[in-house]
Design a protein around this ligand. Structure first.
Ligand code: UFG
Length: 326
């Protein structure tokens, strides 16, 4: 298939691009390289342009795309609290522009990267896809709005969608050829691996007074390669004429910040500094997926559902990446 991948030079987008190429698809990546890297697209074609660049978008879609996978977005929860317009602009307005262009060009299918942040403060221990949407930060709200636009457009046109609500994505390609290379990353496993690799002084634990077993935030960490595989399965479903779908992407169990930090210390053998800091703006106490639907309906079977494996892959990548940068 002829595929457009927005944000394909970024962390999740580059891993999915690699799997799509391996499956034999032709991939064009559209990415403004604000946090992504040209090398990360591998053998895909790179169009270095912003999603708001209508001309670039028109030219690419004019070539005739069989599907769009839309990753390009801003993804840092606390930044969305301090700079909401950046999030509504990049994530909602630019996404509306992309969906409108897809509609004009008759693109049959769109896969959209959404987030567990749409659920806000879940009322149940594990949250399934039918839970109420009540985001507590602009990031989650910006993605919730884009989901809604896509669903409404699909109801009014032949377009079919796949929406994937990611929980906490982590890890790297097992051979350490690809991983998270985001500058000034804020995600916990990435930050802790940077500390273990000597690229930062230590790690702060944001909040130790949450109503969780050890007082720190609990998240459902999913390996980026398992997440990428879910995209490939969803694409196959849509390409075969399947109907629109919405799935949580997680493993169904959570780890606390302390457990994650401890795992990175243990697996790396590096006793990096850890300090306790106040809660971070916009953070829920706990977010864990009920991801049964994805397994049942698409036959998705995760290969790396193990925190130590995620940490090992993230560490191997971080060490390779840091030595490459020196
Ligand atoms: N944390 C720390 N120290 C750090 C970084 C994070 O204690 O240096 C804590 C956070 O407070 C939180 C947990 O680690 O409790 C995870 O934080 P991340 O920044 O790694 O990830 P978030 O949960 O904030 O957000 C991520 C994605 C969102 C997604 C969300 C779903 O960025 O897209 O996971 O859980 F919606």
């Amino acid at each position: 298939m002829n595929l457009l991948v927005t944000g394909g030079a970024g962390y999740v987008g580059s891993h999915v691009t690699r799997q799509l190429l391996a499956a034999g698809h032709r991939v064009t990546v559209l990415d403004n390289l604000s946090t992504g890297h040209a090398w990360a697209v591998g053998d895909a074609r790179l169009v270095a342009a912003d999603l708001a660049d209508d001309e670039a978008l028109e030219a690419v879609l004019g070539e005739g795309m069989d599907a769009i996978l839309h990753f390009a977005a801003s993804v840092v929860v606390p930044e969305s609290v301090s700079d909401p317009l950046k999030y509504y602009g990049n994530n909602t307005r630019n996404t509306l522009g992309l969906f409108a262009a897809a509609h004009r060009h008759g693109v049959p299918a769109v896969i959209f990267s959404s987030t567990a942040a749409v659920y806000g403060l879940p009322e149940t221990e594990r949250v399934d896809e039918s839970a109420p949407l009540a985001p507590i930060n602009p990031y989650g709200a910006s993605k919730m709005m884009s989901e809604r636009i896509l669903m409404d457009l699909a109801a009014a046109s032949p377009l079919r969608y796949g929406i994937l609500r990611y929980f906490n994505v982590a890890g790297a390609e097992p051979q350490a050829r690809l991983g998270q290379a985001t500058p000034e990353a804020t995600h916990l496993i990435k930050v802790a691996c940077e500390a273990a690799a000597g690229a930062r002084g230590g790690v702060s634990i944001f909040g130790t007074d949450y109503p969780t077993p050890d007082g720190t935030g609990v998240r459902d960490y999913i390996h980026v390669e398992d997440l990428a595989a879910a995209h490939v399965r969803l694409l196959d479903h849509l390409a075969a004429g399947g109907d629109s779908r919405l799935y949580n992407c997680g493993y169904g169990h959570g780890y606390s910040v302390r457990e994650v930090v401890e795992a990175v210390r243990r697996r790396s053998g590096v006793d990096f500094q850890v300090n306790e800091a106040p809660r971070r703006a916009g953070d829920p106490a706990s977010l864990v997926a009920d991801a049964g639907r994805l397994r049942r309906e698409l036959g998705w079977t995760p290969r790396y559902d193990d925190l130590d494996t995620i940490v090992d892959h993230a560490l191997a990548w971080e060490r390779a990446w840091q030595s490459r940068r020196r």
